[in-house]
Ligand binder design. Structure first.
Ligand code: MRU
Length: 369
């Protein structure tokens, strides 16, 4: 295999600007996002002064990834409250922006619940808004903490599964600091392995059609000085066949009660490959991604995106005009193909409904109605 270490050092640089931050300039409070549609070429911030702007940023994937959607959704409710917009209307708009990542609804409902309780208890608009902002900040802080815990627990599990060290890990989509207040989920585990001197190579799927792997994961791997190699999604099979993959690490957008995992389209084929080649397939996600109210994989709503994303590449049309495209944003991996689910509250393996229920019961996540 060709070595790409030289490439990593070319791109390495200081830590990127935060994926999301609350700011209070004189013109009024805003939510500032690192515009992920412009990476890796430009690090440009996108300032959201209202909820429709944030909804658009969510739908265009300027801000994306399950944990960050939860934090962003929470701040969106706070933004509405602080700026005096209708909070119920804002919450409905935000929750409906994308359907699959359960964290978005969790973040929105949690902050809206705090706001409504404050108002019910006699808070005026200003105090209600302050309570909403405090709740969004809590969510933000908790996400960073969960990320650090997942990295520790995930590395422990990897070392158990692969006692020899020198891990060669394949990952899909983007699951690093760009999707989290911390260092992310699956990527944070790979990063912990790198820091511990136990990552031999990070295989990065490009992740068609929007290239979250090529544009975002490769960018994060380079900045962290990791040994990484980019591959087209189609090349994963031959990589497994060549014995070059020791484990697959992915994140999740929603984990149903039976352990079915919705994640970026292309995750399920990797799970099938991993099973065939006897390679561990590990899902890393905060407990906020586990949705016990969705019974199984068939009940998960998978976002369908515009066909134009498939029919062009880098803005250049690659299919005849009028071609129909199938463009689901996610797919669903059944629990029997998942070796383990790693969360901040612990790991479950095998992945069963009972184990997930017990895990959620002992997690410290705030429950919402
Ligand atoms: O469509 P995206 O880019 O929001 O999809 C993101 C993913 O599928 C991630 O793998 C998932 O949200 C987990 S992020 C920790």
């Amino acid at each position: 295999m060709a070595d790409q270490d030289a490439q990593t050092s070319l791109d390495a640089g200081p830590p990127m600007i935060p994926s999301l931050r609350w700011d209070e300039p004189p013109e009024g409070p805003v939510l500032v996002l690192l515009d992920q549609t412009r990476l890796p070429g430009e690090e440009v911030e996108l300032v959201c002064t209202d909820v429709p702007a944030l909804v658009q940023a969510i739908q265009t994937l300027a801000v994306r990834g399950a944990p960050l959607l939860g934090v962003g959704g929470g701040y969106g409710v706070a933004l509405a409250a602080v700026r005096g917009y209708d909070v119920d209307e804002a919450a409905a708009l935000l929750e409906g922006a994308r359907p699959t990542a359960v964290n978005l609804g969790y973040g929105v409902r949690r902050v809206a619940q705090v706001y409504r309780a404050a108002v019910r208890n006699g808070a005026d608009a200003e105090a209600g808004a302050a309570a909403a902002l405090a709740a969004a900040r809590d969510l933000h802080r908790e996400d960073a903490g969960a990320s650090a815990e997942m990295a520790l627990r995930g590395l422990e599990l990897l070392d158990e599964l692969l006692p020899g060290g020198g891990h060669r890990i394949l990952t899909h989509c983007n699951t690093g600091a760009l999707v989290s207040a911390g260092e992310g989920t699956a990527f944070a585990v790979a990063l912990a392995a790198h820091r511990a001197g136990r990552l031999r190579r990070l295989w990065v799927d490009e992740t068609r059609p929007l290239l979250q792997g090529a544009r975002l994961t490769a960018y994060e791997a380079a900045r962290n000085g990791m040994a990484y190699t980019l591959l087209t999604d189609n090349a994963a099979g031959s990589l497994f066949a060549a014995g070059e993959v020791d484990a697959v690490l992915i994140g999740a957008d929603r984990i149903a009660a039976d352990g079915s995992v919705a994640n970026k389209v292309g995750s399920y084929p990797l799970a099938v490959l991993a099973k065939y080649h006897h390679v561990p397939f590990v899902v890393v996600a905060p407990t906020t991604t586990i949705d016990l109210s969705t019974p199984d994989g068939a009940s998960i709503e998978v976002e369908q995106r515009a066909g134009g994303e498939v029919m062009e590449f880098g803005g250049v049309p690659v299919a005849p005009l009028g071609t129909q495209a199938y463009n689901p944003a996610f797919d669903v991996t059944p629990p029997e193909l998942v070796t383990a689910v790693v969360t901040e509250a612990g790991a479950v393996s095998p992945v069963t409904a009972d184990a997930l229920t017990a895990l959620c019961a002992r997690s410290r996540q705030v429950t919402i109605s």
